[in-house]
Write a protein that binds this ligand. Structure first.
Ligand code: NA7
Length: 544
């Protein structure tokens, strides 16, 4: 297809999840024509794909929303403390209809290439359906965790039973009744799916490589009184999220664990454990992520809880992590540890005896064989942060590819834009915070909108991050990471550091200096006239 047949659009957005929809809204305010392309058959992003039983948010539902319209949320009823995947989809569908967004979305189109043409200052984008688009601004809202990782076990086709991936769950109901099921992986997805499958299946064997600090979610229905309070306190909630280190609707403790007696430490932690959720980590003490000794006290508290819940001492020990709490992302559990007390559930530790191959009836580790399974569920994670964009052939000013660039070094300005890739923005790109996603998205999109307004006001048409600004942000991402126990993730396959994907660049994929501080940095940059950005006219190609 020649460029002559390309469709022109001011802004092309990749991905119809929270990020894409929020960006569409911003484009309207900017007066720019925008469309969203998505590979799925419908909107939803993460919540379109991750429809496994038990999938839900780990952020309170009423704070996992669009923040730009109080009215939008006023007319919506949040059902539970944590929204299930279908409730999240319901909310996104409700918002898309209420804001008449659907006509700007095109589905079943996977973006395959995106090329910046210097002389024309346009992005040319192609899809797997053979369409070509040309746009002034290209915005990726392709997701932080959208490319599923399935370990390449030998003979993976050999298994005769059913194979499921939590990150690409079938739309049809999967019936596990009477079935013998293997689940591989005990990250946030495994922790959610295991208790539900265990209720239904004849037997579940859980293959665990690294145990996790699973914190009790303490889910509950939202009562009418709570619903009224949610509506009444909307602005307070938004302000609270903006001030919190992970953009959650909670207030960070001002007390250091070290500053109080051991008795007081236990009392506060007990209370946090009862409240559940990430309040356990943030509303209790303020030095859990930064002080190794304080962290060790909390880690031991969780291990004691695991030993108290899980009746078989050997299983309990296998479930106890021995690294710093938060070196890996702690999942929220819905009776996760209790599940191991069921007679139809057993745990297999594969940390020193890795899974190597599939067989007709199950799998083989280096020294053992496990068979007799009707189904294998992979809950084995994602190629996080950079995965989705690396899959697209994105090329910047010198025809350099994003994948090649990131193989050598990852440098961005706020995880939003890069040097050498003009008029290209990422929503929740690598080096942005990993936190309450809709809030990170909201702040990033506000910044992108302001940046585009700045372009429009300046009379220039090209904007790109300065190399020096990207270097500075990258250093800041590393320094702040090193100040926390998250740096310990290097030893425990943390996907925060790219450690879970063989051959991937090992670097912090996220900014952990605090979502609250991130928002301040964004405002400083936009309020100060975007000093880290370069605004100019298009480069005229000498050969043209
Ligand atoms: P995670 O947190 O990356 O979990 C993946 C799990 O799969 C984890 O327990 C891995 O063990 C395990 N895994 C991966 N490869 C293997 C092999 N080869 N053998 C055995 N076990 C393996 O992904 P999730 O989907 O659970 O959660 C991702 C995020 O999505 C979550 O934090 C939320 O924010 C939403 P490992 O720990 O690497 O030893």
């Amino acid at each position: 297809q020649s460029a002559g047949q390309a469709e022109w659009i001011d802004v092309l957005i990749i991905g119809a999840g929270f990020g894409g929809l929020r960006m569409l809204q911003e484009c309207r305010e900017l007066g720019l024509e925008a469309i969203i392309l998505d590979a799925a058959t419908d909107l939803g992003g993460t919540w379109y794909w991750n429809r496994y039983p038990g999938a839900r948010t780990d952020t309170e539902s009423w704070a996992y929303c669009f923040y730009f319209s109080e009215k939008l949320n006023e007319q919506y009823s949040f059902k539970e403390r944590y929204a299930t995947w279908d409730s999240s989809l319901d909310y996104l569908n409700y918002a898309a209809d209420a804001l008449d967004m659907r006509r700007h979305m095109r589905f079943e189109r996977r973006v395959t290439t995106a090329r910046y043409i210097n002389s024309e200052n346009v992005w040319e984008v192609q899809t797997d359906t053979g369409e070509t688009y040309r746009c002034r601004y290209l915005v990726s809202a392709s997701g932080v965790l959208s490319v599923a990782y399935k370990p390449p076990f030998k003979n993976s086709e050999a298994f005769n039973g059913k194979v499921y991936l939590t990150a690409n769950w079938p739309k049809e109901h999967v019936d596990f009744a009477g079935k013998r099921v293997a689940v591989i992986g005990t990250g946030a997805s495994g922790v959610q799916v295991i208790p539900i499958i265990a209720h239904e299946a004849a037997h579940v064997t859980v293959f665990q490589r690294t145990p996790n600090y699973v914190l009790p979610a303490r889910n509950a229905p939202v009562t009418d009184a709570q619903q009224r309070a949610i509506r009444r306190d909307f602005h307070q909630m938004v302000a609270q999220c903006r001030k919190q280190v992970f953009a959650f609707p909670m207030t960070d403790s001002k007390v250091a664990l070290k500053s109080v007696s051991p008795e007081e430490q236990q009392r506060v932690l007990e209370r946090g454990w009862e409240i559940g959720g990430f309040q356990f980590a943030f509303e209790t003490f303020n030095d859990i992520l930064t002080d190794r000794e304080s962290n060790a006290v909390v880690a031991e508290f969780v291990r004691k809880k695991i030993r108290a819940i899980v009746k078989d001492p050997k299983t309990a020990e296998m479930l106890c992590p021995d690294y710093a709490l938060f070196a890996k992302r702690p999942p929220l559990g819905h009776f996760y540890f209790e599940t191991f007390n069921r007679p139809n559930v057993n745990l297999v530790d594969v940390s020193d005896d890795p899974i190597e191959a599939m067989t007709a009836t199950g799998l083989k580790t280096r020294t053992r064989e496990f068979g007799d399974f009707d189904a294998v569920v992979y809950a084995t994670g994602f190629d996080g942060g950079t995965g989705a964009l690396v899959k697209i052939d994105v090329r910047g000013t010198n025809n350099q590819s994003i994948a090649e660039t990131w193989r050598k070094s990852l440098q961005t300005q706020f995880g939003i834009c890069m040097n050498g890739f003009p008029n290209f923005f990422m929503i929740s790109g690598p080096q942005a915070p990993f936190a309450n996603t809709p809030m990170i998205v909201d702040r990033a999109v506000t910044w992108i909108g302001d940046c585009i307004r700045h372009v429009q006001a300046s009379g220039d048409t090209v904007v790109e991050a300065r190399a020096e600004a990207c270097e500075n942000w990258t250093k800041f991402v590393q320094t702040t990471m090193d100040m926390t126990v998250l740096a310990d993730g290097a030893g425990v396959n943390s996907w925060f550091l790219g450690k879970n994907i063989p051959g991937k660049l090992q670097a912090p994929l996220f900014f952990f200096g605090g979502a609250n501080n991130y928002f301040i940095e964004l405002e400083k940059e936009s309020g100060g006239g975007f000093k880290g950005m370069q605004f100019r006219r298009p480069t005229i190609d000498a050969a043209a």
